[in-house]
Ligand binder design. Structure first.
Ligand code: UD1
Length: 421
C-alpha cells in the first residue's frame, strides 16, 4: 500500500502551476457522450478519477484516446452506446452517476448501481432523479440498480430543494436534448457548472443562466463535437494557498483564477495572510506577520467550499486564537479530525461544529487519508509537524491532486511516496 512520508522543512517557497479541474472535467467527459462525433478536451488533469471516468466511458462503448503527456482526451461515442454503468466503476467513483443524464437523453435509458454513501455522508441522488422525473422519465429501483427511462424527454420546470452540484449537472445534460424549454431553479452556481454549460453550448446546446440560481435550456435535436479547455482546479489552488500559509511561506500560484477562490482569499486575509493577484496568478505571502484565527462556515458556491474545510482546519490549528468551523454541506465531514488529533490538534466536534484551539505543536504520526480532502489536510499538517507523518491510503489523495508530491517538493517540501509495506 502506497504511503506518503512527510517531514517538516523550510517554509514553502517558489512557483506552482495548477492543473485542470477534477470536478469540471468529469462532467465534461460524461457530456461528451451526447455528441455525434469526437469531442476533444484539453488541460485534462492526470488523476485517478479521470482514469475511472475513461474506463466507464469505454465500458459504455465510447472510443476514448488518452494523452496525459499533452493533457488531452478525445471521446467519440457511437450511436448504439450501452446504457448500463458497471458496479466496479461506480463503486470506485461516485461521480460515475453523471453518465445518467447523457445516457437518458441519448438512448432513452440509463441503468446505474445505487452509488451508496461514502466517508463524508449518505450522498443520495434523489434530486437528480427528481429532475429526470420532471422531464418525463420513469425511475425504477431494483436489485441495487436505478433505472431511468423515457421514450422522449420533455422540457419542464424543476426546483432543486438544495443546490446540488451533481444534480444540476445531470439534469442539465438530460434537458439539452429534451423537447421544449426547461427552467431549473435553485441550481448550483459553481464554476464547474458554468464550464459544463459552456462546453454544451459549444456542442450546440442552448443554455442560459449558468452561474446564477436559475438555468434555462431550450432543447435541441442533436449535438455536435467540440474542443474545450478545462478550467483550472480551484480546490487545488486553495490547497496550495493554504499550504503556503501553514508553512508561513511565500508562493506564486500560476494558472489560477482568483475569482473562483474568493472565499479562500477572504478567509486567508482574515488570518493575516497577504494575497495579491492578477487575472491568473495568485501570490500568497505568510512570511510577513503572525497569523491569527478566523471562523469558517461552509456553503454552496459562492460560499466557502466544503472541499477546503479540512485543509483550513490544518491551518487553524497552527495560528493564534480559537476558531469554530461549521460544516453545512455534508453531514459527516469531520473524518480528518480524529487523524489531526492523532497529531496533537486537540479539535472537538459536536454535530456540524468543530472547535479548534490554535498554536498547537503538531507531532508526526501514522494517519489515514479517509477521503480526498481529508488526505490533503493531513499532508498540510505533516508539513509543519515535528518528526515524520506517515499517511496511508493515499490513493484517495491521488484521485484529485495531479503530481502533488512533485509540486510540493518543487516548493521545498520534504514529502515522498513510499511503497514499502
Ligand atoms: C460535488 C463535488 C464535491 C463537492 C460537492 C459539494 C464533483 C465530482 N464533486 O459533489 O467535490 O464536495 O459537490 O460542493 O463535482 N444531496 C442530496 N440529494 C441529491 C444530491 C445531493 O441530498 O440528490 C446532498 C448531498 O448529500 C450533500 C449536498 O447535497 O449533502 C451536496 O451534494 P452535491 O452538491 O450534490 O455534491 P456532489 O455533486 O456529489
Amino acid at each position: 500500500m502506497a504511503k506518503y512520508l512527510v517531514q517538516k522543512k523550510a517554509p514553502l517557497y517558489g512557483e506552482v502551476e495548477i492543473s485542470g479541474s477534477k470536478n469540471a472535467v468529469l462532467p465534461l467527459m460524461a457530456a461528451a457522450l451526447l455528441a455525434g462525433e469526437s469531442c476533444e478536451i484539453m488541460s485534462v488533469p492526470n488523476l485517478r478519477d479521470v482514469e475511472v471516468m475513461c474506463a466507464l466511458l469505454k465500458s459504455l462503448g465510447a472510443v476514448v484516446v488518452e494523452n496525459y503527456e499533452k493533457n488531452q482526451i478525445s471521446i467519440a461515442t457511437p450511436a448504439d452506446v450501452a446504457h448500463e454503468a458497471p458496479y466496479e466503476l461506480v463503486k470506485k467513483m461516485r461521480a460515475s452517476v453523471l453518465v445518467m443524464g447523457p445516457l437518458l437523453a441519448k438512448t432513452g435509458k440509463a441503468r446505474v448501481p445505487l452509488p451508496g454513501g461514502c466517508a463524508i455522508g449518505a450522498r443520495p441522488i434523489n434530486l437528480h432523479l427528481k429532475g429526470f422525473q420532471a422531464l418525463g422519465a420513469t425511475v425504477e429501483k431494483q436489485h441495487g440498480f436505478i433505472e431511468v427511462s423515457a421514450a422522449k424527454l420533455k422540457g419542464a420546470d424543476v426546483y432543486l430543494d438544495f443546490p446540488s452540484v451533481g444534480a444540476t449537472e445531470n439534469i442539465m445534460m438530460a434537458a439539452v436534448l429534451a423537447e421544449g424549454t426547461s427552467v431549473i431553479e435553485n441550481v448550483a452556481q459553481e464554476p464547474e457548472i458554468v464550464d459544463l454549460a459552456n462546453f454544451l453550448n459549444k456542442m450546440g446546446a442552448k443554455i442560459k443562466g449558468a452561474g446564477t440560481d436559475t438555468i434555462k435550456i431550450e432543447g435541441v435535436k442533436s449535438l455536435k463535437s467540440c474542443k474545450h479547455n478545462v478550467i483550472p482546479d480551484r480546490i487545488e489552488t486553495g490547497t496550495f494557498m493554504v499550504a503556503a500559509a501553514v508553512t508561513r511561506g511565500n508562493v506564486l500560484i500560476k494558472n489560477a483564477l482568483p475569482n473562483h477562490v474568493k472565499p479562500v482569499i477572504a478567509k486567508l486575509r482574515e488570518c493575516g495572510v497577504i494575497i495579491e493577484f492578477d487575472d491568473e496568478n495568485i501570490l500568497v505571502r505568510a512570511d510577513e506577520r503572525p497569523l491569527i484565527s478566523t471562523d469558517i462556515k461552509t456553503l454552496p458556491y459562492p460560499g466557502f467550499p466544503t472541499d477546503m474545510q479540512p485543509q483550513f482546519m490544518a491551518l487553524l490549528t497552527t495560528v493564534k486564537g480559537s476558531a469554530v468551523v461549521m460544516e453545512t454541506v455534508f453531514e459527516n465531514r469531520f473524518m480528518h479530525v480524529a487523524e489531526l488529533n492523532q497529531m496533537g490538534a486537540g479539535i472537538q466536534t459536536e454535530g456540524r461544529y468543530a472547535l479548534l484551539q490554535g498554536e498547537r505543536l503538531l507531532q508526526g504520526a501514522r494517519v489515514i487519508a479517509t477521503d480526498l480532502r481529508a488526505g490533503a489536510a493531513l499532508v498540510l499538517a505533516g508539513l509543519v509537524a515535528e518528526g515524520t507523518t506517515e499517511i496511508s491510503e493515499v490513493y484517495h489523495i491521488e484521485r484529485g491532486y495531479a503530481n502533488l508530491v512533485d509540486k510540493l517538493r518543487n516548493l521545498g517540501a520534504s514529502i515522498s511516496l513510499s511503497t514499502n509495506p
